[in-house]
Design a protein around this ligand. Sequence first.
Ligand SMILES: [Zn+2]
Length: 118
Amino acid sequence: MDIKDQLDRNVIRTRTCWLWHGSLDRHGYGVVGYRGRQWKVHRLALLLLGVDLTDLEVDHLCRTRNCVRPEHLEPVTVAQNRLRKTGQRASARRPHVLLKPGSVAAQRWARRSPQIPI
Ligand SMILES: [Zn+2]
């Protein structure tokens, strides 16, 4: 089967994102075997469109890790991607996901926001 058909068969297109329903890696990114190696699906989707990803990472503008919609994917340098992740963390609305359970910071958060369990 053609790799593009294989990708199509495992993608559910919603009104916003194109969601990968095949295998996921432990970080929640779609993965697929192609030409003897394992690829992240969102990278492969761009490569198949002819996008050069040499030395670039792919940032999900929609923040949905298993999304493979090309319009939601932007090639960025490693440094840019790291900056974006930091910004995202600083503005996270649910800080408890970033706190280690039982840590001082987590306990402080729990006292301030008892309705949100850690
Ligand atoms: Zn998306």
